[in-house]
Design a protein. Sequence first.
Length: 295
Amino acid sequence: MNNTLNEFYTLSDGSKLPKIGFGTYNESFEDNKEAVLAAIECGYRFFDTASLYETERSLGSALKESGLDRSEVILETKLWIDEMGYDKAKEALERSLNRLQTDYVDIYMIHWPRQTGAEDENWKELDRETWRAMEDMVDAGKIRRLGLSNFLPHHLKNILEGCRIRPVVDQLELHPGYSQEAAIAFCEKEKVLPIAWSPLGRGRENATIGNEVLVKLAKKYGRSIQQINLRFLLQKGILPIPKASTKEHMEANLRVFDFELTEDEILELSCMPQTAWLGEHPDYHIPDKKSNFAQ
């Protein structure tokens, strides 16, 4: 078993996160309890989910079945855009806690900064109102720390200017070909740890899987392209949360701490043409999805 807890990031509040987490999103919204159990066996202890993913229930069931003590696992989940607002945020957390079969989450996030993308949308106040509810839920012991997802610098700045509890992480789409350098620089300045969703590029036609730079590096180091992607992120101080359906891939995603890319290679990958971007932008493309309100 790989013990990922041997490699960790220290957050701004002094707490620690394993340097690699396990993503539970799947496009088919299928029960993934067996995948989570396999991930636990491989050594993963940091799990990312969201009300939108419809995987909270299977994640909670897997953790119960695993026999792990709750203190050994870090759970991160998110409220969706139709769960924003002071009262709705509190209700959303209760639903997530019920599905996860736990009385607290380690990290709770606003999933998306805007609901409509319209010019007259008062997203700044809605984000702050939602954040105030989350701060109160920290005070109540139901959340350990707070984070954000898909918040670009101007969204993050809005929270930082009005909060009493600062976010410790910001989850963004990050991978070679979409490294969002300005957002990462702002996170570093504000001591907010960037977390990479879709760290492997999701395998679209123009995805990183076929990029010649990655092919070259994979051959040089005797690694897979996925491992080069993950190593790139880690060396930039970013925590990736890859998802995998087989134990073989889960284990391979953890075997990235015994080699190192050169500074020139990191720079080359950071300057790749835009590749494998999923096309979702927090200001201009609001996903037309609804959260699962089922208890």
